[in-house]
Write a protein that binds this ligand. Structure first.
Ligand code: AMP
Length: 327
């Protein structure tokens, strides 16, 4: 049988055992030298159909580069092609290293970091077993220090993605809780419960993945199962769903220690209006939506959404396939 990238035997990726402190040290150093833009965020808690949802205003996002489709592709700088020493946390994976861990230049919470492929691979192609194994190895490395990581991936025009070089993003959960008053936890962790999924305005597919790390082959089987369900929800057909190369839909993926979730995406978000009905911005959601988080990039949007939180609910109703359980 032909050997494909996803069924080659490969060892489990090894990471430095002190990963959380390595990330923390790199982050503080780069904030001090202003290599990383991090401004303290403001956060408030909303309740969306009885799910605690955080709205986080992150001024760093205002300076984040736009995707190449809205800039000139020739001028587009790829930050993951050869990361500088200051941005690089560590290379890792089998030899030669398949992946890099790098700091996110526009951190939404402290120690926001990125897992990117060492060689260029498209963000819109399906993830391979070694990408998933590498992400789960990071989750495991944090778990060894009793810390949780939320991993997310944005793929396709409607997913909130901006960089074409393949990368997943990682957020330490304790930092996502910073500044919050009230009960909130990562939404994805509860998404294997159909009651929780049923409360969301959009369709989401989820499976238990606890302990499935290893070489990533089992994770990839789960990922493809969820991806198939997402494709069927958008395209309405079960046949002709390809498991290599370009993805056929826009979607976000989320991973925690126990859950993998995939949400098919139809739009990036929607407009935000102030109390006089004037448009003040656009709420664009990415994979952090699967953590129960909406990131806001301007103060005007932040004020308008806090005044009228139902606008968040309306945007959530537009980003994906309407949830059949709620119709
Ligand atoms: P996405 O928008 O999902 O494609 O993710 C791309 C991420 O890369 C965003 O979270 C950006 O903040 C981050 N980013 C953009 N430019 C750089 C850079 N020069 N170095 C590190 N991270 C960056």
């Amino acid at each position: 049988m032909a050997t494909t990238p996803s069924n080659k035997m490969r060892p489990k990726p090894h990471l430095p055992p002190n990963l959380p402190s390595l990330v923390a040290t790199a982050f503080s150093r780069s904030v001090a030298t202003k290599t990383v833009n991090f401004y303290p965020t403001s956060v408030t808690l909303l309740t969306i159909n009885s799910i605690p949802f955080q709205l986080r205003y992150s001024p760093s996002l205002a300076s984040k580069p736009k995707p190449p489709s809205v800039t000139t592709p020739k001028l587009f700088f790829n930050p993951f092609a050869s990361p500088t020493q200051e941005m690089l946390i560590t290379p890792f994976g089998t030899s030669p290293p398949s992946h890099n861990l790098v700091l996110n230049k526009f951190a939404v919470v402290p120690e926001h970091f990125i897992l990117s492929t060492s060689a260029f691979k498209p963000q819109t192609h399906l993830l391979e077993a070694d990408d998933l194994a590498a992400a789960y190895a990071c989750i495991d490395a944090y778990a060894r220090h009793n810390k949780e990581l939320f991993v997310f991936f944005n793929s396709g025009d409607h997913s909130g993605a901006s960089q074409p070089h393949r990368h997943l993003q990682l957020l330490p959960v304790e930092n996502m809780k910073e500044g919050l008053e009230g009960e909130w936890d990562v939404l994805a962790k509860g998404l294997t419960d159909p009651n929780t999924r049923g409360k969301l305005p959009f369709e989401v597919f989820a499976r238990d993945i606890e302990g499935l790390g290893g070489d990533g082959e089992e994770l990839r089987r789960v990922y493809l199962e969820l991806y198939n369900q997402a494709c069927e929800a958008v395209l309405g057909v079960a046949e002709d769903i390809k498991h290599e190369g370009e993805a056929q839909i826009s979607y976000n993926l989320a991973m925690t220690n126990n859950t993998m979730a995939v949400v098919p995406r139809l739009t990036e978000g929607g407009v935000v209006k102030d109390k006089d009905g004037q448009e003040v911005g656009n709420l664009a959601l990415n994979g952090t939506v699967l953590a129960g988080t909406a990131l806001v990039r301007s103060e005007m949007e932040w004020n308008a959404l806090r005044e009228d939180p139902d606008q968040v609910n309306q945007v959530l109703g537009r980003i994906g396939v309407p949830n059949r359980a709620r119709m």
